[in-house]
Structures are given as C-alpha cells and as structure tokens.
Design a protein around this ligand. Structure first.
Ligand code: TXA
Ligand code: MG
Length: 322
C-alpha cells in the first residue's frame, strides 16, 4: 500500500465512486457520506433496504460536532476507544442526508484503527475537512461480512470501483454499537468492545438490547450474517451422533469445532478453530465462506462457551444459524 494508492482511493471517493476499504473489523464498502448519489450506490450494490442506516467513519473526534448534535458528555470519554471497533449512535445534525441514516434522527459514527482506513480518512479530510466515509460491511445484504480483499472481490467485485488490499482484518467481527441517543447507553450490537470494557468508562454496565425491542439495525435481523448452506449449532457431545447420522443419510457436512474429529466420527470437511475469542473471531467469517462454497448439505458449528468473552461471537453464530 503506497501513498499513491491512498491518494487514488480518496480521488475515487471524492468523485462519488465506491471503494472497498479494509478496517480492523471487516472490509467496508466506502462512499463519501456527504454525497447522496454515492451513498445510494452503496444500497444498490449491496441490495440493502433503504431503511437500514450506515455507519459514518471519521478521521478524528473533532468531526463528531459536524455530524452529530446534543452530544452527551460521556461521548468524549468513550472516544478513548477510538480509533477502534466502537460505533456510537448520536442525534444527527439536520444536514446529514436521510439516506445515510435510513431516515432515522440518529447517526452511527466511528473512527477505525486500521492504518489503511485511517490513512484514507486523514487524506480525505485534508482535502475536505468535514468529510466522512459511509461504509457498511462490503457484502451483499444479509451475507457474511468480508475479512479479506478477495472476499470483497467475490461478493461485489464488478460493483466496486477500487478495492484496497490491507490484508486479513485483525478483529474479524463487526464493531460494537453503543446507542447514546436514548438518555441511557444501550448496546445495540455486541462486538469486540465488551459491555464490561464500556462499563469502565460509563461507570455502570450498559444495557444490552434484546432482539425483541430491536430498532432498525440490520445486524439485529435474526437471519443476518448467514451463509447459504444451512447451519446448525451443536454442543460437542451432540456432534458425533449428528455427524454419523448425516453420514449414513449420505449427507456431506462442514464442521467447525474447537477440537479435531474423534476416531469414531465419520469423515466430513473439518475446520478446527482457536479456543480464544480473539483468534476465533479473526478466523470465523473466512471459515464460514470457505465451507460455504463447497456445496455441502449442512454446516455444523460447535457452540462457543456461554461466557461474556464469547458473547459477540455467539451472537453472530446464532444469527448465521437462524
Ligand atoms: O465494524 C463495523 O461496524 C463495520 C466496518 C466496515 O466499520 N461496518 C458495519 O456496517 O458493520 P454495517 O452497515 O454492516 O452494520 C452497521 C450497523 C447496522 O446494523 C446498522 O443498522 C447500524 O449499524 N446502524 C447504523 N446507523 C445506525 C443508527 N443511526 N441507529 C441504529 N443503528 C444504526
Ligand atoms: Mg453488515
């Protein structure tokens, strides 16, 4: 990645074109957030319903005041997590295009830490100080988020004008979304920054939204992050019987587990994932994609531990399986 690559990405963005952009969480499909025609192209490329708001990425916390209003004091303390995988929902400024916010009165803002995303944002705001980059995950609506440039090419290749290759995403799952527009902080999407980490700054545990009272957050749709192959979540003790019965029926399974197959388990396409949440998160979407293109009958994923450190991953797996 050279300064020329960054400069040409910024030229594309300022000209209203779409750029595939690496962030530390997942790859984004980026457009100039001030340009409604460019933002419209995001919705078209993704096949995303118009009422699903986008996250606007900024270069610096100074930018908050340009995009948001009625900013609660706690916001400035929470910027300690920036640059990083935390999105804050705030009341939007009147001028912010309704297209960006899905018609809502709030806007999602985040400063990504990936050096490439950060360089593009810095260069863009050097040329256009109030700029922001609207970027949802660079996948077709409802599909698994991309964590490599190749994933973006496979999903949206012909609809993206330029893809910056910043290697595999370090975090691997989407940012935590914290809503600060409701008077009381609420986690709308669990993610890499846990409620306990937020509590250190907030002084209390934030409430975590359950899907029953979910707003228009596309990540809150039950069937989000879904591979095409049907997926089942099983605890390890259920897996052997399930897999052997599937084998008997002539079904081919993709398996994602913490351990290797036991000798009593019939052969299937097996992927062993790490047993720490950070390393698991980094690998899970790429693994789902890899198994998803094998034409398997079903993907069997071992349930992850029911502990706070695994909550964001458990959330994504549950949605992938629903
Ligand atoms: O890690 C991430 O957040 C990645 C990278 C590219 O930054 N982006 C991402 O974008 O995951 P997307 O569009 O796939 O998911 C953004 C989520 C959606 O569920 C959207 O509904 C929610 O953020 N969101 C955005 N603005 C919102 C708002 N004003 N109120 C409530 N939810 C909002
Ligand atoms: Mg997404």
């Amino acid at each position: 990645m050279t300064a020329d690559d960054i400069a040409s990405a910024v030229r594309y963005l300022l000209a209203g074109e779409l750029v595939g952009l690496p962030t530390e969480t997942v790859y984004g499909l980026a457009a100039d957030a001030r340009n409604p025609a460019a933002v419209q192209r995001i919705f078209t490329a993704k096949g995303r319903p118009a009422d699903h708001p986008l996250i606007v990425h900024l270069a610096h916390p100074h930018g908050l005041r340009h995009w948001a209003c009625q900013i609660p004091d706690i916001t400035w303390k929470l910027t300690a997590f920036w640059p990083g995988p935390l999105t804050l929902i705030l009341k939007k400024q009147d001028w912010v295009p309704a297209l960006v916010t899905g018609g809502q009165e709030t806007v999602g803002l985040r400063i990504p830490s990936h050096p490439v995303a950060h360089a593009v944002l810095r260069e863009m705001t050097r040329l256009a100080p109030d700029a922001g980059i609207a970027a949802p995950s660079a996948n077709r609506f409802g599909a698994v988020s991309p964590t490599t440039a190749q994933h973006v090419r496979e999903e949206l290749g012909c609809q993206v004008d330029l893809i910056l290759d910043g290697g595999a995403c370090e975090v691997g799952i989407e940012s935590t979304i914290l809503d600060l527009s409701r008077g009381e902080p609420v986690v709308l999407r669990p993610g890499p920054i846990s409620p306990a980490q937020l509590a250190l700054v907030l002084g209390q545990m934030p409430s975590v939204l359950t899907t029953a009272d979910a707003p228009r957050v596309s990540g809150a749709l039950e069937s989000h992050y879904a591979p095409h192959t049907p997926m089942r979540l099983l605890v390890r003790e259920q897996m052997r019987d399930y897999l052997n019965a599937a084998h008997q029926r002539g079904e081919r399974c993709g398996v994602i587990a913490f351990s290797l197959p036991e000798t009593a388990e019939k052969p299937h396409s097996w992927r062993q994932l790490p047993s720490t949440p950070d390393a698991y998160a980094q690998a899970i979407y790429a693994t789902l994609r890899e198994l998803d293109v094998m034409g398997l009958d079903v993907m069997v994923t071992e349930a992850v531990p029911d502990t706070p450190g695994w909550a964001a991953i458990a959330d994504r797996l549950r949605r992938a399986a629903s």
